[in-house]
Design a binder for this molecule. Structure first.
Ligand SMILES: [Fe+2]
Length: 275
């Protein structure tokens, strides 16, 4: 699974370069579309390389759904900008008042509803998206505007998991019976809304906040992860560059994902208090 943002500004050259790097993997890769892949040509070239923007499939008894969660209002996408390049640049900016919130959108939610109607509610369900399908912090689109509507469709499933990219940090959360786990980035760490912007956010309680004094010290932000779905819920093993590995595993007793090393109060790493 690749969680999206293979490119930075959506160009063919960037996407080709990314696809070339990914071609070293000699197994089937399922791609999720990120905003940096999308807002130049609205996913046209990405589709040529990787296929449809949203889809579902079954694998070893698990139903997988891949969503394009980085859509936004039609007016913003189609009418506001004099060029596709400017549209891309506006969406790529952080804390940009010209940006717009991400959403799955009504058309895709209709498709999702129909897709899920065919699936037994006891079948483990894994939904992959680029943005979190929960509302964490709007300024950086750690946010999906219609997250609630999507969550309502996942709630009837006994085992529902959402895996997402975009945030470049380890996050995990439980909302009703839906478990949420993020993927890290291979490129660069991203600060937390509280420590960087000192902004209010709904970020789930973190056990190991990243050190913001030096954003290039990758304390928990960059690397990749192995996800074991044998139980029908996600056990995520994060492999971090130059750092201790971490595991976040769905705990049956507490009914939520837990950090296997840092969950307990005494094991937590205190957040940074200077900026
Ligand atoms: Fe992103």
């Amino acid at each position: 699974m690749f969680g999206g943002d293979l490119a930075q500004l959506g160009t063919k050259e960037e996407l080709d370069h990314g696809a070339e790097i990914m071609s070293a993997l000699n197994y089937k890769v399922h791609y999720v579309l990120g905003e940096h892949d999308y807002y130049l040509d609205l996913g046209e070239y990405w589709e040529k390389l990787f296929g449809p923007q949203y889809y579902s499939f079954d694998h070893k008894g698990v139903h997988f759904v891949v969503l394009n969660s980085i859509l936004t209002y039609d007016e913003w996408t189609y009418e506001r900008w004099p060029s596709a390049q400017q549209r891309m640049l506006e969406m790529a900016g952080l804390d940009n008042p010209n940006g717009s919130p991400f959403m799955v959108g009504e058309k895709q939610r209709q498709w999702l509803k129909q897709d899920l109607e065919k699936v037994d509610k006891k079948t483990p369900l894994v939904v992959m998206s680029h943005s979190p399908l929960q509302k964490i912090y709007k300024g950086w689109n750690f946010w999906t505007e219609d997250a609630q509507e999507v969550q309502d469709m996942l709630k009837p499933f006994k085992k529902a998991t959402v895996l997402y990219g975009h945030v470049h940090q380890i996050q995990y959360n439980q909302i009703d019976n839906i478990s949420f786990t993020s993927a890290m980035a291979t490129a660069w760490p991203w600060p937390y809304p509280q420590s960087y912007a000192q902004a209010e956010s709904q970020l789930p309680k973190l056990t190991v906040p990243m050190n913001r004094a030096d954003p290039f010290f990758e304390r928990d932000a960059t690397g990749w992860q192995l996800i074991n779905l044998a139980s029908g819920k996600a056990d995520v093993h994060y492999t971090l560059y130059d750092n201790k590995e971490r595991s976040v595993r769905f705990d049956r007793k507490s009914g939520q994902p837990e950090d296997t090393a840092f969950q307990g109060k005494d094991q937590r790493v205190a957040p940074q208090t200077h900026y």
